[in-house]
Design a protein around this ligand. Structure first.
Ligand code: ATR
Length: 277
């Protein structure tokens, strides 16, 4: 029996146990995956205790992703280091390491929908400049995108993120160009990704109509039971909420912990998760 967990606060709503039980069944192994409600200030001790008691891996969710990054630094994968947050903890050579699988989750879901070359050569507009945006940028750059524009309500935060990634651009052979602006000044791009929390408050984004018209694909990292968000309602191109990102970030974490790559029947898993919502 492999012991896994997700730690956060709140945690009751988490669908990760359902997801990982599906992966375990598909891989033919026994997994116990628990939800742990962790009090603020107790994430380090909770992680330490979990692994001391035989835990094999855990996911970290709000509000602890940045705390765990600080706690585990420098025992971080490259993508966790660049993204500034950790959503997956694993053991290697008796030490705890942090990874971030959110970006791969996003990229794999976009590829599922656009085909394998989904992001290569594309110009990406990402809305928001918080932890969610920073968390996925390394994986977007890994895909060979040609341009990344960050648009944010508070322009200075978009500027800081662009400044940060421009200092690390030597890691990417494709040398994408980077830019930033306020949301209403964002330029037309091929793919728009909403990584802001605007859809949580069901607020539409003040994007120029031309930007919405010229996009060929729109993605909201939020997921909802019915798959609709305020941002997606603004878009008339092919579009998707973030349920698949949840699925694929989990699949990547499961593979890190178990070394297995279970096959999934996407439509079946989607139905299971949306019903549970
Ligand atoms: P996370 O770690 O989930 O990214 P965050 O750091 O609080 O959370 O960032 C939330 C992002 O959503 C921010 O970029 C925020 O814009 P500001 O930087 O101007 O605060 C953005 N955001 C939140 N509500 C928004 C709204 N109604 N419209 C547009 N952007 C919004």
């Amino acid at each position: 029996m492999i012991h896994l967990a997700v730690m956060g606060n709140p945690i009751a709503h988490s669908r990760s146990p359902l997801l990982h039980q599906y992966f375990a069944k598909s891989a033919g192994i026994d997994v116990h995956y628990e939800k742990q409600l962790v009090a603020l200030g107790e994430i380090e001790s909770s992680i330490t205790a979990f692994f001391q008691n035989g835990g094999k891996g855990c996911n970290i969710t709000l509000p602890f992703k940045q705390d765990v990054y600080t706690f585990l630094n420098p025992k971080l994968t490259d993508r966790a280091l660049l993204s500034g947050s950790v959503n997956t903890v694993f053991i290697q050579d008796n030490a705890l390491y942090g990874d971030n699988t959110d970006g791969v989750g996003l990229v794999n879901d976009i590829k599922r929908q656009l085909g394998k070359t989904g992001l290569s050569g594309q110009r990406i507009l990402i809305i928001g400049a918080g932890g969610a945006t920073r968390g996925v940028i390394p994986s977007l750059l890994d895909e060979g995108i040609t341009h990344l524009h960050i648009a944010n309500r508070t322009v200075s935060k978009a500027a800081s993120l662009i400044d940060y990634f421009s200092q690390h651009l030597e890691k990417w052979a494709s040398k994408p160009t980077l830019s930033f602006s306020a949301i209403n000044d964002a330029p037309p791009c091929d793919i728009i990704i909403n990584a802001s929390s605007s859809s949580l408050s069901q607020e539409a984004l003040p994007l120029n109509p031309e930007v919405l018209q010229k996009a060929s694909f729109a993605y909201d990292m939020l997921y909802t039971r019915e798959g609709r968000t305020a941002f997606l309602d603004q878009c008339s191109c092919p579009k998707s909420d973030g349920l698949g990102m949840l699925i694929y970030q989990g699949l990547e974490a499961f593979s890190i912990w178990t070394g297995l790559h279970p096959s999934i029947h996407y439509a079946e898993l989607e139905q299971l998760l949306r019903m549970d919502g």
